[in-house]
Design a protein around this ligand. Structure first.
Ligand SMILES: [Zn+2]
Length: 154
């Protein structure tokens, strides 16, 4: 029920963000920040390996996503999308958080919401990128044929 609501909200959001593929998380954060009217800054940081690999610092005029520098690019993308998930879920619930706020602890539901959002974005972007690659390889005789099969983040 809640997952369905999250996914529906996310689908509309992704359509509005209209991101090019393959997905670039930096651009996603940039466009999401523009859409929300609050910029999202990304800060790569050497975090303690035993601690969280990412965190969200919500300030009055910006949200800062801090992410682990000592890990793979793919893992970094997942960390960032997870924190984006917290932002999106908070917006959906209309939660007004005290500012400034460093979020490192969440409820189990919050964590689950963030993971649902992160993995949904990841899976959709990957499957659509694969579809586009397939179109380019198999039927990609012209740009036209790609455009016909590509209907965006619908
Ligand atoms: Zn989290």
């Amino acid at each position: 029920m809640r997952d369905a609501r999250l996914r529906r909200h996310l689908r509309g959001l992704l359509r509005r963000l209209d991101l090019p593929l393959p997905l670039e998380v930096g651009l996603l954060c940039e466009r999401l920040g523009q859409l929300r009217g609050t910029p999202i800054a990304l800060l790569e940081w050497e975090l303690e390996p035993t601690g969280p690999s990412g965190m969200l610092v919500s300030r009055v005029d910006e949200d800062v996503i801090v992410f682990q520098s000592r890990t793979s690019r793919a893992h970094q993308a997942h960390i960032i999308l997870h924190e984006v998930g917290h932002i999106v879920a908070q917006d959906l619930d209309g939660v007004a958080l005290p500012q400034p706020l460093l979020r490192t602890s969440y409820t189990a539901r919050d964590e689950r919401d963030a993971e649902v959002i992160a993995s949904t974005i990841m899976h959709r972007a990957l499957s659509m990128t694969r579809r586009l690659d397939h179109v380019a390889q198999v039927g990609g005789r012209s740009v036209q044929s790609s455009l016909v099969l590509w209907d965006g983040w619908s």
